[in-house]
Design a protein around this ligand. Structure first.
Ligand code: ADP
Ligand code: ASP
Ligand code: MG
Length: 456
């Protein structure tokens, strides 16, 4: 195995010929490494962090770069802080206290003696957020959201890195914002691939010299130095960005499930493991809402043919799922449920057709308000759209479009996608239920129903 970082150090002692050889080697050999991503569930408490440390220890030979999410449900807790702050409820500090307590409890349980350096760093991170909360909320919601919510990943990675060092596994904590450059589309930022790639290739290899690199998922940075986030559950995407830029030999996502199943086991008790799936199948599943992988993860991996493993952190020796270019001969029926949906029905006020000109204006409005469209249908005078329910964004959209349309909003819905199903299965899920919209495209059926429908 050639480690570029080692190579860089050694060339200092080489002769001119050796130097040329070293440069040649640097260009010719890849840095042999793997990328591991640990999600919130895997680092939710001290016991879980110790388990993650065991997995890392057993895989050190693979030269892993580790990407970690916020611990447990920290991002949700920080979203509450942001909402309290913007609602001027006076409860933002109290909401932040919950986050503090959870992290200090983890630290107290992880370390036998007080780790003064870590405590000081964690205190500083909380102070940064408290400074924001002390000011009146006047700026953009999305921008402020990213400056506050980033705390989750910064805290979890600091704690895990300090713990690894304390048990003799040398880790370099990398502030991912030094590598991931994005635009200022806060809460769903877009990557500047070229610059990000340049920064990762320059920054990471030297840090991998005799230590593993540990960094945050989900976060990025604008050229004006504001923190951005890549969209909820975006840490998988971060891991894929590093895998792509460093030509990783594989990427592994460690989960609280055996791998990618044919349905969410919280909803379908009989969900079974899919041992191998193609990138395309994984993209289809995750696009429609399978929480197990972030949808943006697959494209960078596919482009470089980097295999993705989805494995259980509870049974790390089991094989889990492998995602590659290979299309298995057949799939069992796959079920994907997307909760928290709303149906927006637009009725043309002027009795004009909803034609391509109107479509383009409608879709412009959805794009402008950053509302993700999950399914559409239209008649001559109406247009129906199923979207993720976001009160703030939907209100702004309706204010803009109510001049031309009467708008009906139906909330508390869910979107069920059935892939590779047959007529009997589809009948089973639609029979005796109120179905708001249904659509079939080849082996893909989508059905919108009330969120309280019990599926299995
Ligand atoms: P992480 O902590 O890594 O962010 P999440 O809790 O976001 O993990 O996602 C893992 C959960 O995704 C699982 O516990 C499982 O309930 C859910 N899930 C949804 N669809 C699937 C699927 N098709 N296969 C496996 N897990 C799924
Ligand atoms: N912590 C972020 C979230 O909960 C990112 C992630 O977990 O991937 O959405
Ligand atoms: Mg998650």
């Amino acid at each position: 195995m050639i480690n570029i970082a080692n190579l860089e150090k050694k060339i200092v002692y080489f002769s001119a010929t050796d130097y040329n050889f070293a440069i040649f080697s640097y260009k010719t050999f890849k840095l042999q490494m793997k990328v591991f991503k640990f999600g919130g569930a895997s680092v939710k408490d001290a016991k879980s962090i110790k388990n993650v440390a065991d997995i890392i220890k057993n895989n050190l030979k693979d030269n892993p770069l580790i990407v970690i999410s916020a611990a447990g449900k920290t991002t949700n807790a920080l979203e509450k802080v942001v909402n309290e702050y913007f609602n001027n409820s006076g409860n933002a500090f109290e909401a932040l206290e919950d986050v503090k307590k959870m992290h200090y409890d983890i630290i107290n349980e992880l370390f036998d003696a007080e780790n003064e350096d870590l405590t000081a760093e964690i205190n500083d991170m909380f102070v940064d957020v408290e400074w924001i909360l002390e000011e009146t909320a006047v700026g953009s919601f999305d921008q402020t959201y990213d400056q506050i919510v980033c705390l989750g990943e910064l805290l979890s990675t600091k704690i895990v890195s300090a713990y690894l060092n304390s048990i003799g596994i040398q880790s370099n904590w990398l502030d991912v914002r030094d590598c991931i450059l994005t635009d200022n589309n806060y809460r769903d930022a877009n990557l500047d691939w070229e610059e990000t790639s340049r920064r990762i290739r320059k920054t990471v290899p030297p840090l991998m010299n005799n230590a593993l690199v540990l960094t945050q998922g989900f976060l990025g940075n604008t050229s004006e130095n504001f923190t951005t986030t890549l969209g909820r559950e975006g840490s998988d995407y971060t891991a894929a960005i590093f895998s792509y830029c460093l030509d990783a030999t594989s990427m592994t996502i460690w989960k609280d499930v055996a791998g990618v199943l044919n349905a969410d086991p919280r909803i379908f008790q009989n969900a079974t493991l899919l041992k191998e799936i193609s990138y395309s199948e994984a993209i289809e599943m995750t696009y429609y809402g399978a929480q197990v992988i972030h949808p943006k993860t697959l494209q960078p991996l596919k482009n470089k043919n980097i295999p993705l493993f989805v494995k259980s952190f509870l049974q790390p020796d089991n094989e889990g799922t492998i995602v590659t270019d290979k299309e298995p001969s057949n799939y069992p029926p796959v079920f994907v449920v997307k909760e928290n949906q709303a149906l927006l029905n637009f009725y043309s006020k002027s009795f004009n057709f909803v034609d391509e000109y109107k479509f383009s204006k409608l879709f412009d409005a959805f794009a402008h308000h950053r509302i993700k469209v999950n399914m559409t249908q239209n008649t001559a005078l109406s247009f129906s759209v199923c979207v993720n329910h976001d009160e703030r964004k939907m209100t702004a959209l309706c204010e803009e479009l109510e001049i031309e349309y009467n708008i009906e909003i139906i909330s508390d819905l869910k979107l069920l996608t059935i892939r590779h199903g047959n007529a009997q299965i589809i009948e089973e899920f639609t029979k005796n239920r109120k179905i708001y919209l249904e659509e079939k495209i080849r082996s893909n059926v989508q059905i919108i129903m009330n969120s309280n429908e019990i599926l299995a």
